[in-house]
Design a protein around this ligand. Structure first.
Ligand code: PRP
Length: 213
């Protein structure tokens, strides 16, 4: 039998998803070894393989069929814009994509002024301002600690993930607009969904029984 291959966004998401998998009898002991440098782990009995990848690479592996199934955040799915099927919301890692900034930036947003937007998610930010708001903005791509941008004058606002809101609060910033809710999703390769339909459907059915909706 052909392996069913899973690509998982490494970090807390992978850990929490693997806990869900265990509840439906999908285990991978090899993967729990913290010191291992191995990249791919196999469960021969189940005919399944698992690997951890950088979150933004997960949709790529799934689009090309190198992985049949991916577990990744909605933020990454939207930003990467790959051809794949999003089939289930795991409800893990719930947070929001928001436009944030100092209170003074509220006016700039409502007056539709040309503003600078710093973000790790240039595609999401561009789509939001161009298509939803019809506002011309300059997008500035950053790779982390985006909250710094409005503080040091790189941009007027940011588009970033807000979970507890404490990063914003500690830096004198606030949520100005919500772009969309986020959480971990199951994505599937388009050909795999047809060719491996029964196995994938069986996996998803089992998984849905342990999700608290
Ligand atoms: C994320 C996000 C915010 C923060 C939000 O950053 O980009 O900065 O978490 O969480 P909060 O609302 O609970 O404070 P992350 O820690 O992933 O690192 P980064 O700043 O380097 O992107």
């Amino acid at each position: 039998m052909r392996y069913l291959t899973f690509a998982m966004a490494k970090g807390r998401l992978a850990k929490d998803s693997l806990k869900l998998f265990e509840q439906i009898g999908i285990t991978c002991e090899e993967m729990k070894d913290k010191d291992t440098r191995k990249l791919i782990f196999t469960n021969e009995e189940l005919g399944m393989r698992f690997f951890l990848a950088k979150p933004s690479d997960v949709p790529t592996y799934v689009e090309y069929g190198a992985a049949d199934i991916g577990i990744v955040g909605k933020d990454t799915i939207l930003e990467e814009g790959r051809n794949l099927y999003e089939v289930m919301d795991l409800g893990l890692g719930k947070c929001r994509m928001c436009v944030c900034g100092p209170e003074s930036a509220k006016e700039l947003l409502s007056r539709n002024e040309i503003i600078r937007v710093a973000t790790k998610y240039p595609n999401i930010a561009k789509d939001y301002f161009t298509n939803k708001k019809n506002q011309t903005v300059e997008i500035i791509k950053l790779n982390g600690s985006v909250e710094l941008a409005p503080i040091v004058g790189l941009s007027e606002v940011i588009v970033d993930i807000v979970e507890t809101g404490s990063t914003l609060k500690e830096n004198g910033l606030m949520v100005l607009e919500e772009v969309c809710p986020l959480s971990a999703r199951v994505v599937v390769n388009q050909v795999s969904l047809r060719m491996q339909h029964e196995r994938i459907r069986d996996f998803l059915t089992k998984l849905s029984t342990v999700l608290d909706k």
